[in-house]
Design a protein around this ligand. Structure first.
Ligand SMILES: *Cc1c(COP(=O)(O)O)cnc(C)c1O
Length: 439
């Protein structure tokens, strides 16, 4: 596969921007090799600047639920752009987009913002303003955007205060962040027992998708999200369900549509922007009433509710009917089964893990039957994934360039696209098997 032009673009890019990319995972550091510079995309396919075509299993990390360059979304975008691209004044379409989100989820009101990061940081500020408390709980391995207070790593011990996860975040900022292991109910209980009256909120991904995809576990018939919502309420804390990735993707109503547990506050992004920068946070009316200009918690944005992004999001959500979800679910079921079969045949230990149509493949050690948290996810063989990834890429399938990301399908992944993926699996499974022998 010729990638000369991508290689040249990458070299030039590195001179003008750190690492040559505008978001780290795009640099292929976790898998090595040349990041593909994309020229165009249509339906289920990406074409790079060298003219290589790939079946896309990243889908812009989730937004492209309908596939790339959907004609009706493009025409909504063109119509909106013709009427002007930003006003700094309200539009009717923003109201429609808010209403569409409210119709699909348990939130009473929403505020539109420009990125998932902005949605989670605003939700946390609102939770602190509403409760008058400072501390927050998050889970190790859950990603909520690059919000300072959420870029915290777990300290040692079960429920400890966070330490900064990156230079540039102060110890003071993460001192109010408590980091616990996902699916660890005892650690959550201990955090509330220790800091109960000081905890403003607990934030979780509705189903974690940023450490590979991990299922919220069920114990004694009680799902993890139900447990979290209940324990928050027992202690007067707010439950924030981050559905930036799962929202409007794993079902019409996101993870809420699968387990029926909503947050007091919820965050959305990705699919609801239809490939443009749009996101939202929302929740109970009495909480949202604390937000400016009604209440005193400040939050604002020059481009929030941007008319072009709003048009793309609204068109996407209106086109995302039950049949779209059935199509994506069916494609995901088929692909999971094929991946499982190919890896089994090659004798590669693995676990296909997911929630609804969102899933990932963990190359776990022999005998491992569950990946409940970040520590378990980190124990997988990234070497096996690397070998698997590059074989697939060479055969025209663009997987996430990291073992810690979900695989994303779209309604445009028809049988022809799936056949191409399936055809590439045996060689990739063999490559993963070979890498294991070298470990
Ligand atoms: C992607 C993501 C975010 C951050 O969204 P950006 O638009 O990249 O800022 C937040 N939370 C979750 C769960 C995400 O997957």
């Amino acid at each position: 596969m010729n990638v000369d032009r991508s290689a040249a673009a990458f070299e030039r890019a590195r001179t003008v921007t750190p690492g040559g990319v505008n978001s780290p995972v795009r640099a292929f550091l976790a898998v090595g090799g040349t990041p593909r510079f994309i020229r165009q995309a249509k339906g289920a396919y990406l074409t790079d600047v060298d003219g290589n075509e790939y079946v896309d299993l990243v889908c812009s990390w989730g937004p492209m639920l309908l596939g790339h360059a959907h004609p009706e979304v493009l025409s909504a975008v063109a119509d909106a752009a013709q009427r002007g691209t930003s006003f700094g004044a309200p539009t009717e379409a923003e109201v429609e987009l808010a209403a569409e989100i409210i119709d699909r989820t348990p939130v009473d009101q929403v505020r539109l913002v420009n990125s998932g990061t902005e949605a989670t940081l605003s939700a946390i500020r609102l939770a602190r303003g509403f409760t008058g408390r400072d501390k927050i709980i998050k889970f190790a391995g859950c990603y909520h955007g690059h919000v300072d207070s959420l870029l915290a790593s777990a300290g040692s011990g079960v429920a400890t205060l966070g330490i900064p996860g990156t230079p540039g975040v102060t110890a003071g900022t993460t001192a109010d962040t408590i980091v616990v292991a996902y699916n660890d109910r005892e650690a959550v209980r201990e955090a509330f027992a220790t800091f109960g009256e000081q905890i403003a909120c607990l934030i979780t991904e509705a189903a974690p998708g940023n450490m590979g995809v991990i299922e919220p576990g069920t114990r004694d018939g009680i799902g993890f999200n139900r447990f979290l919502a209940d324990i928050c309420h027992e202690h007067g804390a707010l439950f924030i369900s981050d559905e930036v990735m799962t929202g409007f993707r794993v079902s019409r109503s996101g993870q809420y549509g699968l387990d029926g547990i909503g947050g007091d506050l919820m965050t959305f992004g990705k699919v609801m922007g239809g490939g443009f920068p749009a996101a939202a946070f929302g929740g109970r009316a009495d909480i949202m009433a604390h937000l400016a200009p009604v209440g005193s918690v400040y939050q604002a944005g020059t481009l929030s509710g941007n008319p072009v992004a709003t048009a793309a999001g609204l068109a996407t959500l209106r086109l995302a009917t039950e049949d779209v979800y059935q199509t994506v679910d069916k494609a995901a079921e088929q692909l999971k089964a094929e991946v499982h079969a190919a890896l089994d045949k090659a004798g590669v230990p693995h676990l296909v893990s997911g929630s609804g149509n969102l899933f990932s493949v963990f190359f776990v050690a022999e005998g491992v039957t569950a990946v409940p948290d970040y520590a378990a996810a980190q124990a997988q063989s990234v070497e096996a994934y690397k070998a698997f990834f590059h074989s697939m890429l060479d055969d025209g399938v663009y997987l996430p360039p990291s073992a810690f990301e979900g695989w994303f399908l779209s309604a445009a992944h028809d049988s022809a696209a799936l056949d191409r993926i399936v055809a590439a699996l045996p060689r990739a499974a063999e490559a993963a098997a070979q890498s294991a022998q070298h470990d």
